[in-house]
Design a protein around this ligand. Structure first.
Ligand code: NAD
Length: 379
């Protein structure tokens, strides 16, 4: 059975869905692995490394593929090349990729979305949202340190004392905690805030100060945050204002699953920051935590420079691809059955991980929110 790995075509996407080590594991599982020539180039992986791992290089890996791996949803012209029954594994934000979803359905394909892998303990090694959030969180602190024209750490020298930078991180999930840990390692004085009660302990365990605003915590299902009411949001913004005004660098990473990113920081709040300050909005692409941030751009608001994140994991393509590839190989391993005639792709849809991440099965849309998005269409 053939697993195909395509070269990404979306502008700015530098990752690859499978690295050579992952290709070797799939070959060992019994798959034939076909890699599109140059697929790893933007992630600094040469074609020869794939060949050494037992994969085949080809200009068109799709014919005859049982499973197609990509980071971004497969391009529409390539979806139409696949035979009915072929399976796709990729990130698949269905609201933004509705045309592709429709094509996948109409071509009778099966599509598994990495975003939908249930976040249960058994599936942690397949959790691509966490692995990529780790990269984005680290990167956000490094970008902040690079943009800030000051030291992060305290320096006591014969020429005087340089005070440490003050970094404030809003949202302390996977990305936020990694941003906190990285800024701490660079020597900044770090504070963090999150609406979940459990986050305070996690922030403190990184050696940072957890800000207590004396507001109700907003813990929802599965340990995620709930959406704020407008009153609660207003009060939170009011109480956070002095902390933001005092920060040299503000990093925002807040998200609520399935919702637009909450607006935590208004333009007026950023305008209170001092000269030379920087703001990193990791949520810029999903609506933005900071009013006025633009994905992929740095804009000036008051005295601050505001950096809006766009596909941030792709800025560190090799480590991001390695982690992603491991997540995908673990998912494919779960989907591989061992019959009498050897191993083969045989996902068990009674398994909650497989069922949970399946958006379309052989042309039938199984993910309810996607069915709703498709509206009056045949789902
Ligand atoms: P996320 O990306 O959905 O959100 C990031 C953070 O933003 C969260 O911590 C959330 O509480 C916070 N947030 C939301 N609204 C906010 C607001 N108005 N103000 C301040 N902060 C706000 O979250 P995530 O990083 O994917 O993970 C969140 C939780 O899920 C954590 O508890 C994490 O440990 C847990 N988790 C579990 C698993 C697993 O069991 N496999 C995997 C990953 C994460």
């Amino acid at each position: 059975m053939r697993v195909a790995v395509v070269a990404e075509s979306l502008e700015g996407e530098s990752r690859v869905a499978l690295v050579p080590d992952g290709a070797r594991k799939l070959v060992d599982l019994g798959y034939e692995v076909a890699i599109e020539t140059g697929a790893g180039r933007a992630a600094e992986i040469d074609d020869e490394e794939y060949e050494d791992a037992g994969a085949t290089l080809t200009d068109d890996p799709l014919p005859g593929a049982t499973v197609v791996l990509s980071v971004q949803p497969l391009a529409r012209d390539r979806i139409r090349q696949l035979h009915a029954g072929a399976s796709l594994v990729s990130f698949l934000p269905t609201a933004q990729a509705l045309d592709q979803v429709r094509d996948m359905r109409d071509c009778g394909l099966t599509a598994y979305s990495l975003e939908l892998v249930p976040r249960i303990s058994r599936a942690q090694s397949m959790d691509a949202l966490s692995s990529q959030a780790l990269v984005a969180g680290y990167r956000s602190a490094i970008v902040a340190a690079g943009m800030l024209r000051h030291f992060f750490p305290l320096n006591m020298t014969a020429a005087g004392t340089v005070p440490p930078a003050e970094v404030l991180v809003l949202g302390a999930g996977v990305a936020g905690l990694q941003a906190i840990a990285t800024a701490k390692r660079l020597g900044a004085v770090v504070k963090g805030y999150d609406v979940r009660a459990a986050a305070a302990e996690e922030i403190a365990s990184m050696g940072a100060q957890a800000i207590d605003l004396d507001l109700d915590s907003l813990e929802g299902a599965g340990g995620y945050a709930r959406e704020m009411t407008e009153d609660r949001a207003e009060r939170q913004r009011e109480l956070l204002t002095p902390y933001i005004a005092a920060a040299d660098a503000l990093i925002t990473t807040a998200a609520v699953p399935g919702r637009r990113a909450p607006m935590l920081v208004t333009r007026a709040m950023v305008e209170q920051m001092g000269s030379g300050s920087v703001v990193i909005d990791l949520a810029a692409e999903s609506g933005g935590n900071v009013e006025g941030s633009v994905p992929g751009e740095t804009v000036r608001i008051g005295a601050a420079r505001v950096w809006g994140g766009r596909n941030v994991p792709s800025e560190m393509p090799l480590p991001a691809s390695r982690l992603l590839s491991t997540n995908i190989v673990n998912l494919l391993t779960l989907m591989t059955g061992r019959g009498e005639d050897g191993a083969g792709f045989a996902p068990d849809h009674d398994d909650e991980v497989v069922a949970g991440c399946c958006v379309i099965f052989e042309g039938e849309v199984r993910h309810q929110p996607t069915r709703e998005l498709l509206g009056g269409d045949r789902a």
